[in-house]
Design a protein around this ligand. Sequence first.
Ligand SMILES: [Fe+2]
Ligand SMILES: [Fe+2]
Ligand SMILES: [Fe+2]
Ligand SMILES: [Fe+2]
Length: 399
Amino acid sequence: MQALAQALDMVEISFLGASTHHGKRIAVLCAAMGRRLGMSEAAVADVITCALLHDNALTEYILLLEGREEDSEHFAAHCEIGQRNLDKLPFHENIAGFILYHHERADGRGLFRLSEGNFPLGAELIAAADMFDVEWHLGNVAADTLPKLRESIAADTGARFTHRAGGAMLDALDADMLASLRNEEITNTIRKAIPVWTMEMDNPALISIAELVSHIIDCKSAFTKIHSQQIANRAWLMAEFYGYDMAQKIQLYLAAALHDIGKMAIPSAVLEKPGALTKDEFEIIKTHAAHTRSVLGDLGGLLTEWASNHHEKLDGSGYPLGTIAADLDFNSRLMTCLDIYQAVSEERPYHPRRSHAETMPILRDMADKGQIDPVIARDMDTVMAPWSGRDIDVPALSR
Ligand SMILES: [Fe+2]
Ligand SMILES: [Fe+2]
Ligand SMILES: [Fe+2]
Ligand SMILES: [Fe+2]
């Protein structure tokens, strides 16, 4: 969840100009406000998750715009889609309206023109923290700004911020709190702020989260609308073919769903460029695999390894590390094969959708050249053939 928040941060920087770690800062502020308002720890945990992911639909919204000028009607879509996305995740309590109304103001001049009392507390907190951070860039603000910040909260309460949110924020924002929000501190802070993060995620919940995250990543570019989701679904089929147990299947599915999370850091202008890329642009695109490694960090262990190795080749000709066969484990090799299979078979601006029979020769050729694992390529031939030309469904796990 934190890795996703980090990736979403990258989208916000390029789009809204908000400083890094924005999502985390909103989460910490919301937790502090919620606790002051007497919310239960379960409810606080829910608000933290919603705050971290408050702009989860930003990539989809940017895609919707298709280069048009932004307008409020379309901007509202990122609230609606964002709420719908989170509704698929497990929460302790009801989060209805938390994302939908995260751009409302107390005075009713927000996106949906609801005034104080007409949208839920979770949204009040997220909206207030969001506006406050976007205005003041709290990650970099000097310590002696505190009096000014407090004045502005007081002045905005009842206008931009609801009375509950503004009051709790004023209560929460002291010198320590301000210091804990700084860019160099915030990652630490959020770890401490979430001792209650103990929700047991069952496997269907993990699949839903992976599905949501891969969808967000895929929306980063119109060219890859189903790329990560399809790779994840294909990975599941391969894991079943190899007889992996449930835990291994889930781990591989997550790695596949997250493999391109580093693309969130690549400017859309480069990812979406219609014509041929210059050498420099291609170098920029190639950094996404290294970004995947840093975003997932040591959070994922082997999962991070498999996800970040998806452009490595057995002969060392891949990127970003140029790793060779001896250092690429089976699932890393599998990830490379899956990525190539999907990229070759899905529709791209420079080639139409390809059938299984049209896709396999390209993989076989690469296997012959010693770039990818010939056994995996052969196994994919077996497993993928029945799905030729069709999208693969998300694995169905019953709750
Ligand atoms: Fe937003
Ligand atoms: Fe925001
Ligand atoms: Fe990639
Ligand atoms: Fe990919």
